[in-house]
Structures are given as structure tokens and as C-alpha cells.
Design a binder for this molecule. Structure first.
Ligand code: HEM
Length: 413
């Protein structure tokens, strides 16, 4: 079979439900595949994805070309979004990326992450208490794992990390959701753009005030960023604000999806779940479980890069400005790297090789925090609700091409 015989559209209901089955023929027969449906290249093999992540011909600047090519009637709507997003580290190449990332690394220290450990455990416990109270009040043992747990946890943790008051979490979550409608979808929808632009401007104003009045004696990431800015003079006030918004945004929905997709995978594999439940104090096994659920069905479907020049790759001719989707989810299921890749195995020794946090210079800044949240949350949830089960064995998925998450996940405790 060659690429011409394969038809791949990531938006069909079958592909949304099971992207791995839809991507498997590409990985086997057409590793660099042109999708008419996406108007872009799709890359699915582990080695190719790894090479792509470190190839300087593949640019991370996908915002400036998008704004430049936007249709006339939406240009005014997307301009304020573009002005803001162009300052995010994740959408920049060296040397700007190096400068922004260096400052972020200085602020996002292991001390700042570690200092959140007790807070995370406390937030998890409070959420589980709330769920139990609600169940007692309604007489039902059912709740929505996403709405009641996986969604509020990361938002509260990030607010603590930045030093933002917890009372503002709902406000920030709302803005972040509006922005997600722009960043995480490739559909041209003026109403989405308008809402996202409004959200970004409100979020910018919020963070400007927040940074200006921030108590610099607090040990948090904002203190670190302000110190890094003042010490080096290499971060403009607008960049500081934009990268606070990035941190808030990037660690929010992804972590929700890690917790929910991971729990779904475990509940669908009773023998794995039983092994885990019998060993909830085994920190190594818990950490490996976090890696394996990230590999098996993590939040990252794909990342986009843009060709900075013409070149040939795996028998295909890539043209300057072509978009390339790196399907990390399928790289995580590459049988050339992982034995029995479609099997969930919480004791898999090389689970940590997964691409779910990316690879190379843009490797996720928040990976230690997300991993810590998983490491703390999974044992506390399963100790509290050892008989957790799915109410709907086949929950509905969102149709994003970049991230993989469920719309809802009803469970019974
Ligand atoms: C399970 C949860 C998470 C997943 C799956 C995830 C995934 C990713 C991926 C794939 C990238 C690389 C993007 C690229 O190559 O273009 C990335 C970058 C990034 N992530 Fe995460 N992330 C998660 C949690 C977090 C958290 C908790 C934070 C912060 C609080 C965070 C902040 C960032 C930032 C700032 C970048 C940009 C890094 C750069 O461009 O140098 N992420 N993340």
C-alpha cells in the first residue's frame, strides 16, 4: 500500500474515537503523508518525530504566518490575538525562544515546583471531600470525573504556582477556555476568534495589574519571572505578562486530560487497575503508571511545525510554509520502539520515552509539575474510591486535532 491508497481525515467520528487505528496505516505505509483533509503533512513514526523536533528547518512560529494569511474579514479580530501569542515562548524559534525559555527555566525551578507538593495534596483532598459531600446530599454515587475533579485541580495548582489568588481561578479558567478555542482548533470561526481576542485582552489586563502589585517576597513563579526580568533586562513587561498567560494556559487543559484519560485507561483494564490499587504506596510504580498513561493515551495528539525552507523527506517534497503535524500520540505507539504498543502496561520499562511532553528545545516546562500532580492525585483518588467504575464505557471525545480529551467522564464510586 502507498500513501495514495490511504485516506486519513482526523475529524471523522471513528478517528476522533480511536485516532490510533486511524493513524496506524500512515505509520506502516506512509510515514510522511499528505492529508487533503488537513491541508498538511502528517508524521507518525517515532524516529521521524524525534528528528523533526530537533530540525531547525521546522519552525515553531505558526502564529505570524497564520495572521499574515488571515482572510480580510477576520484580520482585525485575529490581530490582537497574534500580537499576544507571538510573545509566547512556545511559538518562537531561537534566538527569541532561547531568551524567553531561559528566563522561564530560571523561574520554574524545582524549588518552586516542590514547594507545591503539600498544596497539591490538600487541593486533591478538598476536591474528593466535596465529591463525597455532594454524593451524600444527592444519595447518588455518581459524579463527573472531569467536571468535579480533573478540571478544577490543575487550574487551582497553577494559580498557586503563579501566586494568583484562588478566588480568581474561575475567572482565569474561563479566559483560558476562550483562548483554547483559538489555539487548539484549526477551524476558521469569527465568533471563536472574537471571544478568544476578548479573553486575551482581559487576561492581559488582569496579569498586568497582578504583576505590578505582586508581593516579591513570595516564593512563586511570578517572583522568579520578575527577578529574571529585572536582573537581565531581557524580558519586556509585555513578554512577562504574555508568558504568565502561557504558563496558565499550557498547564491547564493538558493536565486535566492526563488525569482523565489516565483514569479511563486504568478503569478499562481491570487487571492493571488491580495491580495498581494493590500497590498505591509504591512510588516507583505510581511514577511509571503516570508515564505509561501519558504514553498509552495522553493529552497530546499532535504538534504543528512550519517548513522554513523546501526539502525532501521520506520520498516527499516539503515546500516552504507547508504545515507539518507531528502525531506524537502515534509515535508513542510505534512498534519499532515499544513492544506491544497498543497494550497498557503500568510496569513497562521504557514508558518514559513517550513524546507526550514534546522533545528538544520546546520540551514542556511544566512536565515536572504535571508529573507531580499525577503522582499525588492517582493514589489519593484510588484510595478514596477503590471501586471506581465507568458509568459510560465509551465517553465522548472532543474533536481537537492537537489534544485528546473527553467532553465528560461519568463515573460511579
Ligand atoms: C500532562 C500535562 C502536559 C502536557 C501533555 C504538556 C505538553 C506539552 C508539549 C507537547 C509541549 C511542547 C510544545 C511544542 O513542542 O511546540 C509543551 C510545552 C510547554 N508546556 Fe506543557 N504540557 C503539560 C503540562 C504543562 C504544565 C503544568 C505547564 C506549566 C504550568 C506547562 C507549560 C508549558 C510551556 C510554558 C511550554 C512551552 C515550552 C517552550 O516552548 O519552550 N505544560 N507542553
Amino acid at each position: 500500500m502507498d500513501g495514495a491508497a490511504i485516506s486519513f481525515d482526523p475529524r471523522t467520528p471513528e478517528a476522533v474515537r480511536d485516532p490510533y487505528a486511524a493513524l496506524r496505516p500512515l505509520q506502516e505505509h506512509a510515514p510522511v503523508y499528505w492529508s487533503d483533509a488537513l491541508g498538511a503533512w502528517c508524521v507518525t513514526r517515532y524516529d521521524d518525530i524525534q528528528n523533526a523536533f530537533r530540525d531547525p528547518r521546522l519552525s515553531s512560529d505558526r502564529i505570524r504566518p497564520f495572521i499574515a494569511q488571515a482572510a480580510e474579514h477576520i484580520k482585525d479580530l485575529v490581530k490582537p490575538l497574534g500580537d499576544h501569542l507571538e510573545m509566547w515562548a512556545v511559538f518562537n524559534d531561537p534566538p527569541d525562544h532561547t531568551r524567553l525559555r531561559g528566563l522561564m527555566n530560571k523561574a520554574f525551578t524545582s524549588r518552586a515546583v516542590d514547594s507545591l507538593r503539600p498544596n497539591i495534596a490538600e487541593i486533591v483532598t478538598d476536591l474528593l471531600d466535596d465529591i463525597e459531600r455532594k454524593m451524600a446530599a444527592t444519595g447518588s454515587r455518581e459524579f463527573d470525573f472531569i467536571r468535579d475533579f480533573a478540571y478544577p485541580l490543575p487550574a487551582t495548582v497553577i494559580a498557586d504556582m503563579l501566586g494568583v489568588p484562588r478566588k480568581d481561578v474561575d475567572l482565569l479558567k474561563n479566559w483560558s477556555d476562550l483562548l483554547a478555542k483559538f489555539v487548539l482548533t484549526s477551524r476558521a470561526d469569527p465568533e471563536r476568534y472574537r471571544l478568544a481576542a476578548e479573553g486575551v485582552m482581559e487576561m492581559e489586563a488582569y496579569f498586568r495589574d497582578f504583576v505590578d502589585s505582586h508581593d516579591q517576597t513570595q516564593v512563586d513563579v511570578t517572583t522568579g519571572l520578575v527577578e529574571a526580568r529585572d536582573a537581565s533586562d531581557r524580558l519586556t513587561p509585555a513578554e512577562l505578562v504574555a508568558n504568565c498567560v502561557l504558563l496558565l494556559f499550557a498547564g491547564h487543559e493538558t493536565t486535566t486530560q492526563m488525569l482523565a484519560n489516565g483514569t479511563l485507561a486504568l478503569l478499562r483494564h481491570p487487571e492493571q487497575f488491580a495491580d495498581l490499587r494493590a500497590n498505591l504506596d509504591d512510588v516507583d510504580l505510581i511514577q511509571n503508571t503516570v508515564e505509561e498513561v501519558l504514553r498509552y493515551d495522553g493529552p497530546s495528539l499532535s504538534m504543528v511545525r512550519v517548513a522554513a525552507e523546501d526539502f525532501d523527506w521520506q520520498g516527499q517534497h516539503i515546500k516552504k510554509a507547508d504545515r507539518i503535524f507531528l502525531f506524537m500520540c502515534q509515535g508513542n505507539r510505534d512498534p519499532r520502539i515499544f513492544t506491544n504498543p497498543d497494550v497498557l502496561d503500568i510496569r513497562r520499562e521504557d514508558a518514559k520515552k513517550n513524546f507526550t511532553f514534546g522533545y528538544g528545545i520546546h520540551f514542556c516546562v511544566g512536565a515536572p509539575l504535571a508529573r507531580l500532580e499525577g503522582e499525588i492525585a492517582f493514589p489519593l483518588v484510588f484510595k478514596r474510591f477503590p471501586n471506581l467504575e465507568l458509568v459510560n464505557p465509551d465517553p465522548p471525545w472532543t474533536d481537537s486535532i492537537l489534544t485528546r480529551g473527553m467532553i465528560e467522564m461519568p463515573v460511579r464510586a
